[in-house]
Design a protein around this ligand. Sequence first.
Ligand SMILES: [Fe+2]
Length: 300
Amino acid sequence: MRVNGLLHYGLQVPSLETGQNFYSSFGLDTAERDNSLVVRCSGRDLDQTVLTEGPEKRLHHVAFSVDAGSLPNWQRHLETLDIRIVDPPRQVSGGLWFRDPDANLVNLREEALAPWRPFDTLPANFGDEIRRVDQALWPTLNEKTQPRRLGHVLIFSSDNTRSEEFYRRSLGLRLSDRIPGIATFMNTGSGDHHVFGFIQSTHPGLHHSSWEVANLDQIAVGARSMAEAGHTTGWGLGRHSVGSNLFHYIRDPWGSWIEYFSDIDQITEKWEPQDWDTSPAVWCPVMPGEFIVNQESKPE
Ligand SMILES: [Fe+2]
């Protein structure tokens, strides 16, 4: 059995207002709901982040989409693997809940992956592909950056190999590629090179969430407006190695990262994973030393 894709991630944070300001600056829509803050992409009818209030910032859960009516089958499947179903947390209801080997909550929901809005951008002239003639590009580039979907989430794992095996067996995620001992990237079948993955650490936490924008200009405009809003710590602009996407990361108010991405590798069932001995980017500014430091405290 395999999940359809990533729906959202949940974060516990000390202040919903801080979260509201940060995600709004990033170009996302926010709304309060039942003592939580829900984050959505403009033009897309789908929760992509759910913030709840708690004493310190902590990854709260990760939610995946499954087919309507399939939860009883999923429950049987998980029980066959000796994975215990747990009660839903107090702040977030719905679906089936269990814990991964690092005790992260995982949520399966009978919620479809809502379509995302098409990009309203002019075609690009790159290399031999000339697709824009007698049309000036620059007057169209001042729009505020608004991501159209959550693409992927990478979490810290205390054991990448164990996490990879767990999510393969439980959710049917497929391995995309690995940088052994550092990062593991997984997919849900045809589509983005990775929708979920792990960064090796001593304990769990959120490393980053990544949001799709149309092109390089939207990444740069977004990074600039985040800096103007006071979020000046970041890493980018760059082109990743594994996944090949263009990126710019901004540090969030709690020490993890949020990424604008564009032009990620698209894969099918034919994709063959490999182990790579590579740095995380083909080109980029120098990576900040704290980029792969897990700022969440170790659970007791
Ligand atoms: Fe990423």
